[in-house]
Design a protein. Structure first.
Length: 432
């Protein structure tokens, strides 16, 4: 390793000890990558999570036992271990609450932890998604208050937005360019140097922390708006009797057509980040109409699927009470992440119509779904049981079932609603 340092205020990289706060879908992969170049200590308040990682077990399915056994990597639930770290990276969740407002409690708890352990000369980098200005206007004052230290004199801050894509073996943290930033030019150079050494895909040094924060929000808001457009078109084309996926495939023959598809929009990024932007916008008395409209459209899609399912059942003149099977519960295919899953909207709306609902997802731990949503997963499925099957998530395991096997689970005249469009059109009764 080089002994690069940007100024005497920052440590040489060859002796750098990195601490990472939060060992979920963002923090753990980051810890593994940094441990290939630096000594890394991962901290999490969840003692059971720490015990599992020490035993080589990652319940998210994103890390292997071999990766967790790196000699440079240690895990602890004792925040005191962070005192020796001169680069501390905060990678805790930043969700929304029931009112769809930013819930910054995990982030502020992490800031208090930093304030308790930080020493002079330490740089703190935030990876958690926030609205522009949060790092310097909200996090820094809290760290200063707890620690008694002054930012840009005694300690330094940076921001590097996470770009983790759970369940994606191609776009992993090592293969995606990492945006970096710092509160001063010297801090920005130190942060970029550390990340550049750890990330093979390289880095992009943003002009400021606020630019980096805004870029993260824009990445996912852009996707949210585009998906909302095709979701709205899917509802319209459904009323016209036109298959949306056929329309998109046809339009896709033009070189500059963007290949977005309709579906449920949940998870920890696309379904959350725009609310952080609208929160900040309201503080400035600005109302981003397109962003808010996209959120309304996408948040309504689960209920739309439920209503259409009941409508189709009634058109078939089937006799209530109905029983429906929902296949898949995670927020996206081929991962175990159930955070902000919008599949639950389908379940709740159907139950509001007095429809009995079973949920089956072979990729997730039933205990997680029970704890987070109060739902019991159905692990075994019986033929001839259901009036409808809703394919909500396109897991490989669900694709491999095939539409014929799904139909065997149905009663005569039962329907298949393929939300994800993973089965041939002639084998299903409806799709977005």
């Amino acid at each position: 390793m080089s002994s690069l340092t940007t100024s005497s205020a920052f440590p040489a990289l060859d002796n750098l000890h990195v601490g990472i706060i939060g060992l979920g879908y963002v923090g753990l992969p980051l810890a593994i990558v940094f441990a290939k170049h630096f000594r890394v200590t991962g901290f999490d308040v969840d003692e059971a999570r720490i015990a599992a990682l020490r035993a080589g077990i990652d319940r998210t399915g994103e890390a292997t036992p071999q990766e967790l056994s790196s000699e440079n990597l240690d895990f602890s639930a004792d925040r005191g271990v962070l005192r020796d770290c001169k680069l501390i990276i905060v990678a805790v969740p930043t969700p929304i609450d029931q009112a769809k407002q930013p819930d910054l409690r995990p982030l502020f708890d992490a800031c208090r932890t930093v304030g308790e352990v930080i020493t002079e000369g330490t740089t703190v980098v935030f990876e958690s998604t926030v609205y522009p200005g949060a790092t310097e206007e909200d996090c820094v004052p809290l760290i200063e208050s707890v620690s008694g230290l002054r930012c840009n004199r005694d300690f330094f801050v940076g921001y590097s937005p996470e770009r983790v894509n759970p369940g994606d073996p191609t776009h992993k943290i090592e293969t995606v360019v990492k945006v970096t930033s710092g509160g001063t030019a010297e801090t920005a150079e130190f942060v970029d140097s550390a990340y550049r050494q750890a990330i093979p895909a390289g880095t992009y040094k943003a002009p400021s922390i606020r630019v980096a924060e805004a870029a993260k929000i824009v990445e996912n808001t852009q996707r949210d708006v585009n998906i909302a457009l095709v979701n709205e078109l899917a509802v319209l084309f459904g009323k016209m009797g036109i298959d949306t996926l056929q329309v998109l495939e046809t339009a896709g023959t033009k070189w500059n057509f963007l290949p977005f598809r309709p579906g449920l929009v949940g998870g920890h990024c696309i379904g959350v980040d725009p609310y952080y932007l609208t929160h900040k916008a309201r503080q400035l008395n600005f109302h981003p109409e397109m962003v808010q409209a996209a959120r309304r459209i996408n948040d309504d899609m689960g209920e739309h699927v439920a209503i259409e399912t009941v409508r189709l059942l009634l058109e078939r003149k089937l006799t209530p009470p109905f029983r429906t099977l929902v296949l898949g519960f995670t927020f996206k295919e081929n991962c175990r992440d159930i955070r902000n899953s919008r599949v639950v909207d389908i379940v709740r709306k159907l139950r509001g119509f007095n429809v009995a609902v079973d949920v089956h997802d072979p990729e997730v731990d039933p205990r997680d779904v029970r704890q987070e949503y109060g739902l019991e997963l159905r692990e075994t499925l019986e033929a001839g049981t259901y009036d409808a099957a809703i394919v909500a998530v396109g897991h490989k395991s669900i694709r491999e079932m095939g539409v014929e096997r799904v139909r065997r689970l149905l009663k005569p005249q039962g329907i298949v609603f393929d939300v994800k469009g993973i089965f041939p059109m002639d084998g299903v009764d409806a799709r977005l």
